[in-house]
Design a protein around this ligand. Structure first.
Ligand code: ATP
Length: 226
């Protein structure tokens, strides 16, 4: 089974990495791919380029076996729709191999607003990891309208796609927004993210001069109207 975790990773932090590792080990994944999202050029901030976000993701995993960074969304022009990534991956792995899309609970709650979301159950399973503050949609609503919840990870091996699995992971109340705010305030985000990522941020002087108020990072969630 192959898992993907998409995100802006601006910057990547332990709230992304620890749940990904726990899922990787527990579900026995062959590979977990971190997929940084393309952030459109009209983002009103000079700050973190795609190459910086990619480099931080590479440093975060630092050659950890079974993990890799997949840059395909950065190489596509236009917005990064997860459904396009899943279509590509499905074509690469063939029709039978289970594909897993990992999402945090907050992202899962809005999954039914993502571009062409109804195609996702035909392409991948969704593994939902807990995130402080996140809340699951009620049964039969949101994404749960279109996909079946299973309560055991072995069920994901039975089919290539279509299931939803909620997995408890170590809950870490960490967000990239909070990390950027610390850096802007001249405070240290150490221990919220891997040291090599912090070193990279400091070496490249990232985030310190961000003006978060004007920052509009286009995420899947904010794109729902399109
Ligand atoms: P920002 O604060 O900039 O919105 P973020 O910290 O939420 O960023 P993203 O890159 O937007 O990070 O998140 C990518 C994916 O990782 C989403 O599915 C999100 O739910 C999940 N995720 C992020 N932080 C955590 C966390 N602390 N615990 C569990 N899942 C998380």
């Amino acid at each position: 089974m192959i898992g993907i975790l998409g995100g802006t990773f601006d910057p990547i932090h332990h709230g992304h990495l620890r749940p990904a590792l726990e899922i990787h080990e527990r579900l026995g994944l062959d590979e977990l791919r971190l997929v940084p999202a393309h952030v459109p050029p009209h983002r009103p901030l000079p700050g973190t380029t795609a190459e910086h976000r990619l480099a931080m993701a590479e440093r975060a995993i630092g050659g950890l076996p079974g993990f890799r960074v997949d840059r395909r969304e950065l190489d596509r022009s236009g917005p990064s729709y997860s459904v396009d990534t899943l279509v590509q991956l499905r074509a690469e792995v063939g029709p039978a191999r289970p594909l897993l899309m990992l999402v945090g609970l907050d992202a899962f709650a809005g999954l039914h607003t993502w571009h062409r979301w109804r195609e996702i159950p035909r392409l991948a399973h969704v593994v939902v990891v807990g995130r402080p503050g996140g809340e699951s949609p009620a049964p039969g609503t949101g994404y749960l309208e279109a996909a079946d919840v299973v309560d055991a990870s072995e069920r994901l091996r039975e089919l290539p796609c279509g299931h939803v699995l909620f997995e408890a992971v170590t809950l870490l109340d960490i967000s990239a927004t909070a990390i950027r705010a610390l850096l802007r305030a001249g405070r240290s985000p150490r221990f919220l993210l891997p040291d090599p990522v912090l070193d990279y941020i400091l070496e490249n002087d990232l985030y310190r001069n961000d003006r978060e108020e004007t920052q509009l990072i286009e995420t899947e969630e904010s794109r729902h109207a399109k």
